[in-house]
Design a protein around this ligand. Structure first.
Ligand SMILES: *Cc1c(COP(=O)(O)O)cnc(C)c1O
Length: 495
């Protein structure tokens, strides 16, 4: 297998090149041209393995130019000692054929750790093969979770530097503190005066400036991306959907008609990984796509028209506040049977008009694969309260959106197959909102909220959150949005 671009199939590269480069030159995203399909025997073998061994088994199908030793080094490095109880993706039964796939037991308490603990290993191994010994410089614009997970993943990784920009007024107090207190010799954090779009635009501008690229090359450096457009972010996510099938099998669940997966969705990366796991043989019945008030995907799945021309809402599930889901491009490539011309046409329509409509045939395929639903903040809070009351399960604001949409799906269809809900963040990352759902009591500071939440719900504060209270703030820099390049050069010691 090779990696091809969603906008030009004639572009063919190896895994290392796809990961090191991040995005194809003409703007398309890299996807494998073929997918392995696991047999019954494969799954029997996978069932007996640890998470690390399952990850090696699955990822070896994608890392076509990695040796077995290299894959082993990457996977062990990522998942040894970084997740609670050495379990990156534990499955919790909730009763009534429902399960939580908990993806937030890593160092930053969000599911992005599953991919961003591994990406630095994949990227440095890839760069050694294809980048001729250059130092890799990761630039990230973040609205919160990605920035911290990337900093933690790349912290003190040899031959890398990482610089994260976040909007000074656009992240939660916990997220800000998580980033500003980041340890490591190769990490750089800078708040910018502006919003997330300003940060994102600034980073893109630096990325695509040839003079800047040239300047870095003279210093034996090159840029790469840690956003979910990089295939190295998606592949690790496929692993946990294959793994959850094994865990369901072992639990004795009735899988004769498959199982459903519910994913709280923003950029469409996580749910796309579930689709790829289905393609590789995990018997997933429906992919249930859950959105908050920014319900552009719900409308798309229901009508076949994607239209980003709408009001943007700031919600209590900020990691899903997004109107352009960049990984949808990979899904369109699948739905159109790898027709690169069609995908390129739809994407240029999207950038010109902000919308596009898929063919009737594609809409029919979407109906078979997906169910789309959404809920607002009020329903999110009510869901957190009800989940805690009925099942003593405390979920965060993003996961609650998925729980709510799961209920909508069941009421609409009567489908009672085993259903796995992706739980994407610890409730303690959004303590204030979660607290209002479960009690009338209030506290003053962020950490008082955390302690109050723990005592009211009798749950444990995750160690990484606890440690933040006394963490030293290392980064206090705030720069103007047109001074980002200067900040990058400063951080890298380039005159
Ligand atoms: C990033 C994020 C999401 C959205 O995931 P996508 O892969 O972008 O669809 C959902 N929940 C949380 C907590 C996140 O951090």
């Amino acid at each position: 297998m090779n990696y091809i671009s969603t906008r030009d199939k004639s572009v063919k590269v190896s895994a290392a090149a796809a990961i090191a480069q991040g995005i194809s030159n003409e703007g398309g995203l890299f996807v494998p041209d073929t997918f392995s399909k696991f047999s019954k025997e494969d799954f029997t073998a996978l069932c007996e393995m640890s998470y690390i061994d399952r990850a090696k088994y699955v990822l070896s199908k994608f890392l076509n130019d990695f040796t077995a030793d290299e894959t082993d080094y990457c996977v062990k490095g990522a998942y040894t000692g970084s997740f609670d109880n050495e379990e990156p993706a534990p499955l919790k039964a909730l009763g009534d054929n429902e399960y939580m796939l908990e993806l937030w037991n890593g160092p930053t308490c969000a599911f992005k750790d599953l991919a961003l603990q591994l990406l630095p290993f994949l990227l440095t191994t890839s760069a050694k093969k294809v980048a001729g010994g250059k130092k890799t410089v990761i630039l990230v614009a973040t609205s919160g979770d990605t920035g911290k997970a990337a900093l933690e993943g790349f912290c003190d990784v040899p031959d890398t530097e990482i610089m994260v920009f976040y909007p000074s007024e656009g992240v939660s107090p916990m997220q800000k503190l998580q980033m500003d207190s980041q340890k490591g010799e190769n990490v750089h954090v800078c708040a910018i005066k502006g919003n997330f779009d300003d940060a994102q635009t600034g980073v893109k501008k630096i990325f695509t400036d040839n003079a800047v690229k040239e300047r870095l090359a003279q210093n034996n450096m090159q840029f790469s991306s840690a956003n979910s457009i990089n295939w190295g972010r998606l592949a690790p996510q496929i692993v946990y959907y294959i793994s959850v099938y094994c865990d369901l099998l072992k639990s004795g669940a009735d899988l004769s008609e498959g199982f459903n997966v519910v994913v709280p969705t923003g950029n469409f990366g996580n749910i796309l990984a579930a689709y790829y796991a289905k393609k590789m043989g995990a018997p997933i019945n429906k992919l249930i796509c859950a959105s908050n008030a920014n319900n552009v995907l719900t409308d798309f799945l229901r009508t076949g028209t994607y239209d980003r021309n709408r009001e943007f809402f700031t919600t209590m599930s900020p990691s899903m506040d997004i109107l352009i889901s960049s990984n949808l491009e990979r899904m369109l490539f699948e739905l159109y049977g790898n027709d690169d011309k069609q995908v390129a046409a739809l994407q240029s329509e999207l950038s010109a008009t902000g919308k596009f409509t898929v063919s009737d045939q594609v809409k029919q395929k979407m109906d078979e694969l997906f169910f789309g639903g959404c809920c607002d903040d009020k329903a999110t809070l009510a869901t957190i309260e009800k989940m805690f009351k009925d099942k003593t399960y405390l979920c965060d604001t993003h996961t609650a959106v998925a729980v709510n949409v799961c209920k909508q799906y069941k009421e609409e269809t009567g489908d009672n197959r085993p259903t796995v809900i992706a739980s994407t963040a610890s409730p303690y990352k959004f303590a204030k909102s979660v607290l209002t759902a479960v009690t009338d009591k209030e506290a003053q500071t962020e950490f008082d909220n955390v302690r109050l939440l723990a005592s009211v719900t009798n749950t444990q504060v995750p160690a990484p959150i606890k440690a933040l209270e006394n963490a030293e703030v290392r980064f206090k820099e705030i720069c103007e949005k047109d001074e980002m390049l200067k900040a990058v050069y400063n951080a890298l010691g380039i005159e």
